[in-house]
Design a protein around this ligand. Structure first.
Ligand code: DC
Length: 226
């Protein structure tokens, strides 16, 4: 399919810098941003509130298909609303991170969210950040980047993020959470976390935000001539 403006897929594990990088890349390009992880997190939050268990996968799929998620300023702002309630902070709680990773392994949930994601990106001019954008959601994305970094570096970033928000955290616990989530995300049967064959892999371990953003913008330029 020929789009006037490209789909930019930014995938990678927790703490690889995806969110900050994707937000800045979208801002610089004037594109909409879709934080696809937030969709899985909203499913997890609703599931927790409605005390659904992972065995109730059909209900979880329905919940994913029917929920109404909105993002501030086309996703560039940090605000997230779920069925008209602001959930920006609630969906970042460590327990929701783990539950999001669990519900995201359910085919019913992934299937429901696939439609949401594809509709949003169809016409291009969008940056999608997640785990399976370049492999499953938009295998025809014009630009595919996979960000990675050593797990200790990623855990430290998560730890800093939590403590900066005043959330008490323990670095070793964060590291073991990161590892558990990586393992689950990478080993699941459906849409596992893996770089697309045609993705440009960037190790962000030793790079600052601006350097990673510059690297991604170079890929956009190379792939689209803009
Ligand atoms: O990017 P994040 O940490 O907000 O994602 C939360 C969880 O959602 C993550 O553990 C795996 C899942 N996820 C996914 O399976 N596919 C995506 N495209 C995005 C997130």
């Amino acid at each position: 399919m020929i789009r006037k403006r490209p789909v930019v897929a930014i995938d990678g594990p927790a703490g690889s810098g995806k969110s900050s990088v994707a937000r800045e890349v979208a801002r610089r390009l004037g594109f909409t941003l879709l934080d696809t992880g937030a969709l899985y997190r909203c499913v997890a939050l609703k599931a927790e509130r409605e005390t659904l268990t992972l065995e109730q996968s059909a209900l979880l799929g329905e919940l994913a298909a029917s929920m109404d998620v909105r993002f501030e300023q086309g996703g560039i702002g940090k605000g997230v609303w779920l069925d008209d309630e602001e959930v920006t902070e609630a969906i970042r709680a460590p327990s929701i991170s783990q539950l999001a990773s669990r519900v995201s392994a359910l085919p019913e949930v992934r299937h429901a969210l696939l439609d949401t994601q594809r509709k949003l990106g169809l016409d291009g001019g969008v940056v999608l950040e997640g785990r399976d954008i370049g492999t499953v959601v938009f295998p025809d994305a014009e630009v595919k980047v996979f960000l990675e970094a050593p797990d200790r570096v990623r855990a430290q970033r998560r730890f800093d993020e939590l403590t900066s928000k005043g959330i008490k955290a323990d670095l070793e616990q964060v590291l073991s959470d990161v590892r558990a989530r990586d393992k689950r995300d990478a080993e699941r049967d459906i849409a596992p976390l893996v770089a697309a064959e045609d993705a440009v892999v960037v190790d962000t371990g030793e790079l600052g935000l601006n350097e990673v953003v510059a690297a991604v913008l170079r890929v956009v330029e190379e792939k689209t001539g803009k």
